[in-house]
Write a protein that binds this ligand. Structure first.
Ligand SMILES: [Fe+2]
Ligand SMILES: [Fe+2]
Length: 317
């Protein structure tokens, strides 16, 4: 696969921000917001792939789920997104190297069809092992060495991909002081006053520990203060909860909780992926639920028995 071009922006602290450029710039040099272009982005989360491709959790085979979706994109080009973003917990439990080897063998299908993808880290990932397999895919940010953060400029939005992994296989996550400072500097450095910014992190926002136990992002207050304050930031997209849910903060910032592609924590919750269609004024989200276990359980194969959930339309603040 060809590597996307990288552009450099100066940060206020004198260091540089490295921005991956995905997709073609507008032909007329103007804004895509007025050209009617739509980005089709596949949002996946909580793949929980194991090194052994046959492993099942409660009768569900995570590798089979991912392979089924990838095969569908391979075989049905109209279903193919422009980009794929993965919201963490790609590995089964603790980010073992063999998990990432299996993941790499599956995601090679995306490289075969020249589909750009980026994955952030969750609490069941391991920074070092992920870096061994995938570290070279995205440029390391000079200002935040060692963390798997990314800045991706697509035609319709700039994605800021955060690294909220705190302790491997411990549930809560953390932005951390350094990354919080970096995020503030990145927002100040992004030059386009009109281009929507979308932020992806693994952990859900949580402001009080539930029964004195943290499940989500421990420093959510730091993160939302930054995101609420910049009207260009339109949404925070996360995984971790294995729950398909969309909400909006008083500031107008959308919160999108992605379903897991592997397994849900409760029977009412779907398993699947979400197709985002990002236009100039907002984003439509379409859930593609998996019907059953394995590669054969493709998205809504029989409309008579599996209703397609309606798309959600999120208008930008
Ligand atoms: Fe997970
Ligand atoms: Fe998680």
């Amino acid at each position: 696969m060809r590597r996307p071009p990288i552009k450099t922006l100066p940060l206020a602290n004198g260091r540089s921000l490295l921005v991956e450029v995905w997709g073609d710039p507008p032909r007329d040099g103007g804004s895509h917001a007025v050209t009617g272009r739509v980005d089709h982005v596949a949002l996946l989360s909580d793949l929980h792939v194991a090194g052994n491709s046959q492993i099942e959790i409660s009768g569900i085979n995570p590798s089979g789920h991912l392979e089924g979706v990838l095969q569908q994109w391979l075989l049905l080009p109209p279903m193919r997104p422009d980009y794929v973003l993965i919201a963490g917990d790609s590995a089964m439990i603790a980010g073992w190297e063999q998990d990432y080897r299996q993941l790499a063998s599956l995601l090679a299908l995306l490289d075969d069809i020249d589909l750009p993808w980026h994955s952030i880290l969750g609490n069941h990932d391991c920074r070092e092992n992920f870096g061994t397999l995938f570290g070279g895919r995205s440029p390391a940010q000079p200002d935040l060495p060692g963390q798997q953060v990314g800045v991706i400029d697509t035609p319709m939005a700039t994605w800021l991909m955060l690294d909220t992994l705190d302790q491997v296989n411990e549930v809560p996550g953390q932005l951390g002081e350094d990354q919080g400072r970096w995020l503030g500097e990145v927002l100040a450095a992004l030059p386009d006053p009109d281009k929507p910014i979308l932020v992806m992190g693994h952990h859900n926002l949580q402001f009080d520990p539930d029964d004195e136990k943290w499940f989500g992002l421990k420093d959510s207050d730091v993160l939302v203060k930054l995101l609420d304050a910049d009207p260009r930031v339109k949404a925070y997209v996360h995984g971790h909860s294995h729950r398909w849910q969309v909400g909006q903060r008083e500031s107008g910032l959308w919160q999108v909780s992605l379903p897991a592609l592997s397994f849900a924590f409760s029977e009412e919750q779907p398993i699947g992926w979400v197709q985002a269609r990002i236009g100039g004024h907002g984003m439509d989200l379409q859930l593609h639920p998996l019907r059953d276990n394995g590669a054969a359980g493709i998205v809504n194969p029989d409309p008579a028995t599996t209703a397609t959930p309606p798309a959600l339309s999120l208008r930008w603040r």
